[in-house]
Design a protein around this ligand. Structure first.
Ligand code: NAI
Length: 328
């Protein structure tokens, strides 16, 4: 069976997903696209051979669409997720599930009322070969019990309008899912701190910042976020255990030896770093949709769990960095 997919949002992620589906995923056909910016949608449609729908809601209702990818701006996820659930079509929603906790709760309730197994969340680190190897080694007890995780998330430059809050709900949200997934233990407490800010951000915006997470197993994790690091997209994770450490290695595949120096390159953004993860994620999703099987991706409930932690981090941000208990 070929799964006919409609993609809402044809910006960086939507266009990337379409290319990956067409080049690397058997049994998938991108039939319809939609974007608020009609010209962007037309350009992607011309490249992919898909048809352009009038808007996201028309795409969801389109009879040539069996399954949906929501890759439009975060602020649109709620309305399209609710509409896709009402239509009963399997949907891969990019992270975050929605920007506010109340919206996430409504989506999860609507999906459950519709019988469940409709929504999948784009937490693609769960498919990244580096992260899956880390998890397998943790689970196998290679370094003994885990004591600490130290993560760093750095972008070259932030989007215009980025705030201290959106760095949590849009970027750090990945760690808010990947850390409890790696440890197999939910985040129970969170705190947020910032010090001297970069001169590159407007007054009042905190960049870099430090998010602290305590999981139910007692492990303390720190996530160092810097959205305007200039030097490259850089994602780090070191897991300290009683007997040793596990670390993601430099993802560069080639080293250049030249002029008495060795160098490797950083990607400009996350797409090259997570290219394999996106392909594996899309392949797993399409296979499950075709088989009518439970999603192998993060679920709407996982998206809600990450948003509950994000909510605690934001409360800490607004209340002098105090530890905040994550709501259950
Ligand atoms: P982008 O800005 O490149 O693309 C977003 C697109 O959404 C734009 O073309 C815009 O015109 C369109 N859009 C805005 N409002 C719309 C509406 N009401 N209906 C239809 N289209 C609308 O942003 P990007 O980087 O592609 O991000 C898209 C989504 O993917 C976001 O939710 C973002 O958080 C998520 N994302 C996920 C990543 C991951 O690694 N899983 C990485 C980067 C982004």
């Amino acid at each position: 069976m070929v799964v006919r997919i409609g993609v809402i949002g044809t910006g960086n992620m939507g266009a990337d997903h379409i290319r990956n589906l067409q080049r690397f995923v058997a049994g998938a056909a991108v039939t319809v696209v939609a974007d608020y910016d009609q010209a962007t949608a037309e350009a992607v449609a011309a490249e992919s051979g898909a048809r352009v729908a009038e808007n996201g809601h028309a795409l969801i209702a389109d009879p040539d669409v069996d399954a949906i990818i929501i890759a439009s701006h975060d602020s649109t996820h709620y309305e399209y997720a609710m509409s896709a659930i009402a239509a009963g079509k399997p949907t891969l929603c990019e992270k975050p599930l929605a920007p506010t906790l109340a919206e996430c709760e409504e989506i999860v309730a609507a999906e459950a009322a519709a019988g469940g197994n409709l929504l999948s969340l784009g937490f693609m680190r769960r498919f990244d070969p580096g992260h899956t190897e880390l998890k397998a080694a943790i689970d196998a007890g290679v370094i003994g019990p885990v004591l600490r995780i130290t993560g760093a998330s750095r972008n070259v430059v932030s989007y215009p309008g980025t705030t201290s809050e959106s760095m949590i709900t849009n970027s750090v949200i990945h760690e808010l899912d990947s850390i409890p997934w790696l440890l197999g233990s939910p985040v129970v407490e969170a705190a947020w701190l910032a010090g001297r800010a970069s001169s590159k951000v407007p007054a009042g915006v905190a960049d870099p910042s430090l998010t602290l997470l305590r999981t139910a197993d007692g492990v303390l994790t720190s996530v160092d976020m810097y959205a305007n690091a200039e030097y490259g997209y850089d994602l780090r994770c070191e897991v300290l255990g009683e007997k040793g450490t596990l670390s993601l290695t430099d993802p560069a595949l080639v080293a250049v030896d030249l002029g008495l120096k060795r160098s490797t390159s950083y990607p400009l953004d996350w797409r090259p770093r997570f290219a394999a993860a996106y392909r594996l994620e899309l392949g797993a999703w399409v296979s499950a949709v075709a088989a009518g099987a439970p999603t192998p991706l993060a679920t709407a409930v996982d998206g809600l769990a990450a948003s509950r932690v994000a909510d605690a981090v934001l409360t800490s941000m607004h209340e002098s960095g105090r530890w905040v208990t994550v709501a259950r």
